[in-house]
Design a protein around this ligand. Structure first.
Ligand code: HT7
Ligand code: ZN
Length: 871
């Protein structure tokens, strides 16, 4: 089918004034009565197009009369109805089968409960409807179901009447006064444990809050609830946004394609991002819960109150909301550590997307399948654009622009143009060129070089930008790139200098052309430049510095991000060279690097979360991004060499860190998590010394009291490559873990993942065994991802095995999943996105599997990814 194009956008000719939905819930046959009242807004003879998919049509009535068949036509996409002029009341009854819905889009069953997922185009799988984000209406919902099996009946908005029907059935009504698009509709019916609390909003309104979870999970809700209350309070304090309904509900479900969904007043979550306690969740889990609960809550304003005109504008809500959740996490935790983690994630996921065949702009102008547009580019790069905008126009104009946007577009479906215009009206900066960041794909590469004139005391910094061609965009524009810049003396002292008439020890250099020269004056000594501090722009920087300069910056820079970045750049260069030099000629550089790491690590020891990041080396995935014909196993070997050098150098300190036992009750705070993060890093580094510390790590596994440490130890044992005794330690740990947690699906997902990420030689057989287990459920996305995504995304050595078995293994899973859940199979297929970057032997194997997928007559979602990957 032809792609959907932004230029083809046309407003809908009808407006809906009200939608009334009635559900008669049964797993195999649910009846849906949909009554829409509205009117034609323009176009005299317009047909009314209603989307519909997998629906059994029972009846249609228009203005109280059954509609004769010649007044409408049913197509593969839905219904087209000949409408009279003026107002209408359209009533449609359909039947659906939630229990047969394995796609997890529309109304489906999860763990015996009814739940929905309507974004992006799931509502059309519930009833015939203009399922597009620019058609907004207030909804009233009535649900009827068996009372014993489904005691809780929930939907959007505020609760209304409820009561019994006969002896075994009951009903509940909900009313959402805020006009919303269909993708924000939600319904849940089932039996739950309910964790309640309340929040008093800034205008003094007490709002009941509830989290609905599987029976038995009540004790694992406290952190999510606390995160929710902190999010509500933060959104008032920082963005002035108040909650606007009488209640706020969250439901956790086991089977979900994504992290969570921001349905108005009724957020539905993947249980993995709600449930946590000190025994079963890692610190990463706690951090993710805090961030996702906040993200979905923040959507109430950025996404729900103001929504997207069409799906091309997805970044309007997602980029802005990710930016808001990142700022929230930065305020709740360490700002520097949060920023570093955000950048690691951006580099791992977005930069690789932007540099391969799936590259697309933050606001694309066409797409084949909407589900495949929920990408790191739309989300993470979208957030970076908001951050850059704030840097460019300053805090005052930024918040003025946002408030203008909220005031102007509240209750509407908006575009990126509307959004940017709100800022343009609030700043004297011209942000016209900034819009190009939304339409141009690819990651700009920025180069810098400087010349010092000791007589004139000037430093002339020449900065250039270039963006490689991406699919459909051979020629690139110069983008406005804000680079926070400081100059340091070669002794590591930050220099106060003058740029554009302003004296400061940090300047904002805005690169607008392909090449530009910036002259700093009053420069007291030959400087070393520190550019893109805080990662002020999502670019790749070739800073023109040598290793000695970078070591100086790493030791001296007062900006923790810049310090960390200095070490990462050193490490990246070293690892890339190490991967192609196996003759020991690199020893001096390795020693110098290890000394730099040691110095920075020692200086950071009072901030364990940051110290653990100092010890982190760029991942294999990051290293291969700018390489061609690369062999991932060589990068893995290079990392291992460097990890060993670091581990040997600070071995005593690492051992002491591991021996530091936690006491007292579990503390989920960022500082306690930081201590555990350092311990996990110490375990990982010591495991690089192979069996020397295997017993110590195994002992740590058995004595550890937190999931973070337990998993770090298991991961480490799984990464000690030899067979023999260490293999037994790994297997023994797995057995103990399984025995303890076999009844907890979310914990067992971790057990699956640890194995899928192991580099041990028995991995292939192990994976086959895992997939043959009865609890390896292809219908459960968390379980499938625990094996397939963990393997393909986090185990580059095995996934890119020289004989191609890793590619074949993933392909086998994609083929099995696709018939059940196309959104999931398509996402798994993205693991092949950079197949052309690898050595020719790998390319041959990858292409063979891609062709296998291409020939398999897969879903449109998966086919879209495969076609683009092969193009
Ligand atoms: N806005 C939500 C997106 C989402 C989604 C998209 C496609 C398929 C399933 C989905 N579940 C949720 C999530 C968010 O960004 O908050
Ligand atoms: Zn979102």
């Amino acid at each position: 089918p032809p792609p959907v194009r932004l230029v083809d956008y046309r407003p809908y000719p009808f407006a809906l004034d009200h939608v009334n939905l009635e559900f008669f819930l049964e797993p195999s046959k649910t009846r849906v009565r949909n009554k829409m009242t509205g009117r034609r807004v323009f176009g005299e003879h317009a047909l009314m197009n209603l989307h519909g998919e997998n629906l059994k049509l029972i009846s249609i009535a228009l203005n109280g009369h059954i509609l004769p068949e010649n007044q409408y036509e049913q197509t593969d996409e839905g219904l087209n109805i000949h409408m009279p002029a003026g107002e209408f009341c359209l009533e449609i009854e359909t039947e659906i089968s939630p229990e047969e819905n394995t796609q997890l889009s529309g109304l489906y069953m999860s763990g015996g409960r009814f739940c929905t997922q309507c974004e992006a185009e799931g509502f059309r799988r519930i009833t015939f409807y203009p399922d597009r984000p620019d058609v907004l209406a207030p909804f009233d919902v009535r649900m009827e179901a068996n009372k014993e099996k489904y005691p809780y009946l929930l939907s959007n908005g505020n609760p209304g009447k409820s009561g019994d029907i006969g002896t075994d059935r009951h009903y509940a009504e909900w009313s959402d006064p805020h006009p919303k698009p269909s993708y924000l509709f939600a319904l849940v019916a089932g039996d739950f444990d309910v964790y309640t609390d309340s929040f008093t909003t800034m205008s003094g309104k007490e709002t009941p809050l509830a989290i609905y979870v599987d029976k038995g999970d009540y004790d694992r809700c406290a952190y999510a609830m606390d995160s929710l209350k902190r999010s509500m309070s933060w959104d008032e304090d920082v963005f002035g946004r108040e909650y606007d309904l009488d209640v706020f509900n969250i439901v956790a479900v086991r089977d979900f394609n994504f992290g969570a969904m921001e349905n108005k007043g009724l957020n539905i979550f993947n249980a993995a991002y709600v449930l946590a306690d000190g025994k079963t969740a890692t610190d990463a889990d706690f951090e993710a819960i805090e961030s996702i609960v906040a993200h979905e809550y923040f959507h109430n304003w950025t996404g729900n109150r103001i929504t997207c005109r069409d799906w091309f504008q997805l970044c309007l809500k997602e980029g802005l909301t990710v930016y808001r959740d990142q700022e929230f996490s930065a305020d709740m935790r360490s700002r520097a550590v949060t920023r570093i983690k955000d950048v690691i994630r951006l580099r791992a996921r977005q930069f690789s997307e932007d540099g391969g065949p799936l590259a697309h702009s933050v606001r694309p102008d066409e797409y084949a399948r909407i589900d495949n547009l929920y990408t790191a580019t739309v989300y993470e790069k979208g957030a970076e654009l908001i951050r850059m905008l704030r840097t460019l126009i300053g805090d005052t104009a930024f918040f003025a622009g946002l408030n203008r946007y909220f005031d102007t577009y509240d209750g509407q479906a908006a575009t990126i143009e509307d959004f940017l215009n709100s800022f343009q009206l609030s700043t004297s900066e011209n942000i016209k060129e900034f819009a190009n960041w939304y339409s141009q794909s690819g990651t700009p590469v920025v180069t810098a070089s400087g010349v010092y004139d000791s007589i004139a005391r000037t430093y002339t910094l020449t900065v250039g930008q270039r963006t490689e061609p991406t699919p459909g965009q051979p020629d690139k524009l110069a983008l406005p790139i804000p680079l926070r810049t400081a100059l340091f003396s070669n002794k590591g002292r930050r220099l106060s200098t003058k740029l554009n008439g302003e004296i400061n020890d940090e300047h904002l250099v805005v690169l607008r052309d392909f090449e530009q020269v910036f002259v700093f004056t009053d420069v007291s000594s030959a400087p070393i430049h520190s550019l893109n501090r805080g990662f002020s722009a999502p670019i790749k920087l070739k800073d023109g510095l040598n290793d000695a300069n970078r070591s100086t910056l790493a030791a001296a820079d007062n900006d923790p991000f810049a310090q960390w970045e200095g070490l990462q750049t050193l490490a990246r260069g070293l690892l890339i060279d190490l991967a192609s030099n196996e003759d020991g000629s690199m020893n001096d550089r390795i020693h110098a690097f290890v000394d730099a790491i040691d110095e920075a690590f020692t200086a950071a020891i009072d901030d364990p979360a940051f110290a653990s990041l100092i010890l982190r080396l760029p991942s294999v995935g990051e290293l291969i991004q700018d390489q061609n014909a690369s062999d991932p196993s060589k990068f893995h070997a290079a990392r291992l060499t460097l990890k060993r050098a670091i581990a040997r150098h600070i071995e005593n300190s690492l051992v002491a860190t591991i021996q530091n036992q936690e006491t007292g009750p579990f503390d989920p705070s960022a500082s306690a998590a930081g201590r555990r993060a350092l311990k996990a890093t110490a375990i990982d580094l010591l495991s690089s010394l192979q069996n020397e510390h295997a017993q110590r790590i195994s002992d740590n596994f058995h004595s550890a009291t937190t999931m973070t440490e337990i998993l770090a130890s298991m991961n480490a044992l799984g990464n000690i490559e030899g067979g023999g005794a260490e293999g037994e330690l790994f297997d023994n740990a797995l057995t103990v873990f399984e025995e303890k947690w076999k009844d907890s699906a979310l914990v067992m997902d971790k057990w699956y993942s640890v194995q899928a990420m192991s580099v041990r030689s028995d991995l292939r057989a192990r994976l086959q065994r895992l997939c043959a287990r009865t609890d390896f459920d292809l219908k459960n996305p968390n379980r499938v991802r625990a094996v397939a995504a963990a393997f393909a995304m986090n185990n580059p050595v095995a996934f890119h095995a020289p004989d191609g078995w890793g590619y074949e293994f993933l392909t086998d899973i994609i083929l099995k999943v696709d018939g059940l859940n196309p959104a999931l199979s398509a996402r798994l297929a993205t693991a092949f996105e950079n197949w052309r970057r690898f050595s020719s032997d790998r390319q041959i194997h990858a292409e063979k599997q891609l062709r296998r997928l291409d020939d398999a007559n897969l879903s449109k979602n998966a086919q879209d990814i495969i076609t683009r990957a092969l193009a």
